[in-house]
Design a binder for this molecule. Structure first.
Ligand code: HEC
Ligand code: HEC
Length: 869
């Protein structure tokens, strides 16, 4: 003991010496430390090596070792032990009773944390605890160069975390089969397994397949004929180019992206209020796909469009991506809790969509399988923690005039305000100050606390969900606010600010001013808004949430990327830096994950089947070199999305027949080797779109607010507690499924039955089920019944007379191909039976039409109709 004090005095003395001695000092310190270590061993006191190290190794290091330690607390070196973990410092040298570590092992920690955790290891003996107590008391001496635990490199060796390589094209024997590079990789594997590829699908099957895959709609009989009659060698390539250029392409492929970010038109939770502006983001996605926006730009605009230098509103609109989180506008909801939930959700989405990692698994504890710590989760979280929700001015086409009239509007508005300006500003400032005070002192005055809360809840109602915006504007200095924010705040104050001084309110006739301002607004409508985010003026500090609870903040964290991935160099990183990092050349995940997800739509499964998990628990790629080749070229050719689609659908691999052949069943049972194409049940939206298309009901109108197509009455009655379902009129009844309103608590029933995902959770792979409910829907749902009737009418109109011609016509509309003689015979029989059975027709429907409606309904129910072969 005396030695130690002597050493300390010595250090203090040294500190008062000139700076040039600093070096000497550290050397002296080192040797003093060493000497101390050896002397301890000689005396009877605590020896680290003898008394402490074995205890840590036996009881702690399995969880607090070098690599990914629990709670970010590593007992592998003195430095890391003294640094502490997510809870902060664990050891206070010299003060055992103030050291959480000791309290935890002795079971006296205030939060009842016990180490090792209950049921996961034996408690330390009295003697061991006493030794650790003494050890801490003596200064937690630990030789500087002694590192406990070993670092295994195995996890970092995981294939998906390695840099993407430009794979060599493999040599193959049957070169003539290959149409492009993809085929070389596929064929090599097949040749290795001694399997030949399947023959190409016939042209009719092919045009139906590729049209459904690229546009989500079937080809028309005329389009089929044109393709069949085109004998040029590039006929198929031309077809693909036409489809890729069609605006239907964006409508089809937006759905996959919207599944990922769990897009919906309502808030979620009990009230599930409708979000009137949500569709703006949906249209933004469709347009981005149609204009072939490079995927890196697509990424950056969604995660950080607001932060781009000189951002345009079209770029800013991309941040609608970050608004796909659920929100709760109910009274009594804890705003901070729901804000945190949203930030967590955004972090998770970024992890799934770009990194293919299950980040949610490290929200409460370190990831159990992948090399990400809980602390690293909250470092990702910190990127999103400083964004607040705002509805931005985003004029629609045709709103130019509104923009131009804004100056005039402002003039008239100011003229109304001017006579009252001074007293009004004074009152408003008073109100703002009281509100802000209430925010930080909620317990002091119930009325003001309530006013503050109400503002958080009602701001944005009517203009769309955007609870945080009102509060954020209030926190800004007036000169930081935009004109619209200033105006909105004044209007809000006039509507609800009486609390500050009701008498003055009456005296100044502020109610009347509010009314006049409201009328003026009606005369000069504002430009439309779109959901987005912006950075807060004073961002809150982000913390590790201990055990996942936002009410248990651990150590503070700054934005950073995990250690096992390439580092983000810059200090003070923003969301923009994160977005750029995701699409940077050395990020090994984004390109692989993206390419794989697109691939999966064309073959029913990805090269990596677990398209949402590229971590160590995910599946290994079936063709790792192909995956890398695709990822490498996708990235290096400017993240060109349509090129990637073209590459895939023009490959010989894609064009194969989906027929099962003898022998394949054993060698390639789940088609992982891609020895054929595959029959796939069409996605929910396509099932309905196709029925509308072939029956002539579908309207081509693109974009705009959501619509409500008919649903069975029973569904409507059951599902809509707070919302109503008023069926859209006119052409809005017949629009593509993409435009159907999605309420989170009661999504469109037909979509649910055909496996549309839960609109509140990210989905990177839809289920494909086959249930009796689906057949019942196709038979009885009003949409499909209407389609059958319309198809019948159309057949009778277009092909008068000959029944066989009629059947052929209907068949080609629905299935693109000619019927076989046997099929014609069976449908004929059905028609005749129906005709004979049908009672004398009621009302306007003729007997023929009634019989034909039954035949049409059968066609719409065929397995082949709802399958893409
Ligand atoms: C089975 C795994 C496991 C073992 C073994 C284990 N711990 Fe822990 N430790 C944890 C987990 C999990 C946490 C986080 C607890 C929480 O948040 O409730 C933690 C937290 C801690 C903390 C808080 C650190 C911080 O600031 O985040 C300390 C100190 C600690 N452990 C010490 C020990 C010691 C000393 C031992 C050995 C005697 C030990 N632990 C053994 C899993 C373990
Ligand atoms: C809401 C908090 C929370 C989330 C999210 C969470 N866990 Fe856990 N998990 C816990 C708690 C609490 C325990 C028990 C204490 C412990 O082992 O840390 C636990 C334990 C475990 C265990 C067993 C403990 C062991 O070491 O054997 C595994 C495995 C596990 N979690 C995996 C996962 C995976 C995989 C995910 C993501 C799909 C996940 N957890 C997400 C809270 C969570």
């Amino acid at each position: 003991m005396r030695d130690r004090f002597a050493a300390r005095r010595f250090i203090i003395l040294n500190f008062s010496l000139p700076v040039c001695l600093v070096l000497l000092l550290s050397l002296t310190l080192l040797s003093a430390e060493k000497k101390r270590g050896t002397q301890k061993k000689e005396t009877d006191s605590i020896s680290f090596a003898r008394d402490i190290q074995p205890v840590l190794e036996a009881h702690c290091l399995s969880c607090h070792g070098l690599e990914k330690p629990e709670s970010s607390f590593s007992l592998s070196s003195r430095k890391s032990a003294l640094l502490g973990g997510n809870y902060g410092k664990a050891i206070v040298p010299g003060k055992p009773e103030q050291s959480p570590l000791l309290l935890m092992i002795s079971g006296t920690h205030q939060d009842e944390i016990v180490m090792p955790p209950e049921g996961e290891g034996e408690r330390l003996s009295e003697k061991e605890i006493a030794a650790i107590r003494q050890w801490i008391k003596d200064g937690a001496v630990w030789p500087d160069d002694l590192i406990l635990g070993t670092k295994s490199r195995s996890r970092e060796q995981h294939w998906a975390f390695q840099p993407i390589v430009n794979s060599m094209l493999p040599a193959v024997q049957n070169q003539r089969w290959c149409k492009n590079e993809i085929d070389r990789f596929i064929l090599q594997r097949l040749e290795d397994e001694k399997i030949s590829p399947s023959p190409a699908a016939d042209k009719t099957t092919l045009i139906r397949r590729v049209t459904l895959d690229l546009t989500g709609l079937p080809p028309t009989p005329a389009e089929v004929d044109q393709f069949l009659n085109d004998s040029s060698p590039e006929a198929y390539e031309h077809l693909v180019d036409r489809l890729l250029a069609s605006p239907r392409f964006g409508e089809k492929w937006a759905r996959q992206w919207l599944d990922l970010c769990h897009y919906a038109d309502s808030d979620g939770y009990l009230t599930d209020a409708v979000r009137p502006h949500a569709w703006r983001y949906r249209d933004w996605v469709v347009e981005s796909l149609n204009e072939n926006k490079p995927f890196d730009q697509f990424t950056i605009e969604q995660l950080a469009g607001d932060l781009l230098p000189e951002t345009t509103f079209a770029q800013h609109e991309g941040t609608g991506f970050l608004r796909q989180t659920l929100s709760n506008r109910e009274g009594g909801a804890d705003l901070e809790e729901f804000r945190v939930n949203k930030v967590v959700d955004r972090t998770k989405l970024m992890g799934t969509i770009w990194l293919g990692l299950t980040l949610d698994c490290c929200r409460c504890h370190n990831h159990k399988y992948d090399p990400i710590t809980q602390k690293e989760f909250y470092q990702f979280y910190a990127f999103f923690n400083s964004a607040y929700e705002v509805n931005i001015d985003a004029p629609l086409a045709g709103e130019q005039q509104r923009l131009e009239q804004q100056a005039e509007y402002q003039q008239k508005r100011q003229a109304l305000i001017d006579p009252l300006r001074e007293p009004l500003e004074k009152l408003q400032r008073e109100w703002e100050q009281k509100m802000l005070y209430a925010a930080s002192h909620p317990a002091e005055d119930h009325h003001w606390a309530r006013a503050w809360e109400v503002m958080g809840l009602v701001w944005g109602v009517g203009t769309g969900e955007g609870q945080q915006e009102g509060l954020e504007i209030l926190k800004m200095k007036p000169e930081q606010r935009s004109q619209r924010q200033q105006d909105d705040l004044l209007d809000y104050f006039l509507g609800r600010g009486q609390l500050v001084n009701g008498d003055r309110f009456k005296e100044l006739k502020l109610g009347e001013l509010a009314r006049k301002l409201g009328e003026l607004r009606k005369a000069y409508p504002a430009v439309s808004r779109a959901p987005g985010v912006r950075e807060m003026q004073t961002p809150p500090q982000a913390f590790v949430h201990l055990r996942g609870s936002f009410q248990a903040p651990g150590i503070p964290v700054e934005p950073a990327t995990p250690e096992f991935l390439p580092a983000l160099q810059k200090k003070n990183q923003s969301r923009l830096d994160l977005a750029r990092w995701l699409v940077s050349n050395d990020n090994p995940l984004t390109a692989r994950v993206t390419v794989n997800r697109i691939w999966q739509e064309y073959f029913g499964q990805g090269l990596v089947v677990s398209s949402d998990d590229f971590g160590t628990q995910g599946t290994k790629p079936s063709h790792p070199q192909l995956l890398d080749w695709l990822a490498y070229h996708f990235r290096n050719r400017g993240w060109n999305v349509k090129d990637l689609h073209r590459m895939i659908v023009t490959s010989a691999t894609y064009r194969q027949s989906s027929r099962m052949r003898p022998g394949i069943h054993q060698k390639d049972p789940s088609n992982r080797l891609l020895s054929r194409q595959i029959s796939l049940r069409l996605p929910a939206e396509t099932v309905r779109d196709q029925a509308l298309a072939v029956s002539g009901l579908l309207t081509e109108k693109q974009g705009g607010p959501c619509v409500r197509p008919p649903q069975p009455d029973s569904v409507v009655m059951e599902a809509f507690g707070y919302n109503t379902w008023e069926v859209s009129k006119g052409e809005d009844r017949y629009r593509r499924g993409l435009y159907t309103l999605i309420l989170r608590t009661s999504p469109y029933a037909q979509s649910v039955i055909f496996d549309a995902p839960n609109p509140s959770q990210t989905c990177s792979r839809r289920d494909r089920s086959n249930t009796p409910l689906q057949a019942l829907t196709l038979l009885n749902d009003p949409v499909f019944f209407e389609a059958a009737r319309n198809l019948a009418q159309q057949v009778l109109k277009e092909q008068q007379g000959d029944l066989e011609e009629q059947l052929r016509y209907a068949f080609r509309l629905c299935l693109s191909r000619e019927p076989q003689a046997q099929e014609v015979a069976r449908l004929k029989l059905l028609y005749q039976q129906e005709l004979n059975q049908s009672e004398t027709s009621e009302g306007k429907i003729s007997k023929e039409e009634a019989a034909w409606t039954v035949v049409a309904s059968v066609l719409l129910n065929l397995h082949e109709f709802i399958t893409r072969d």
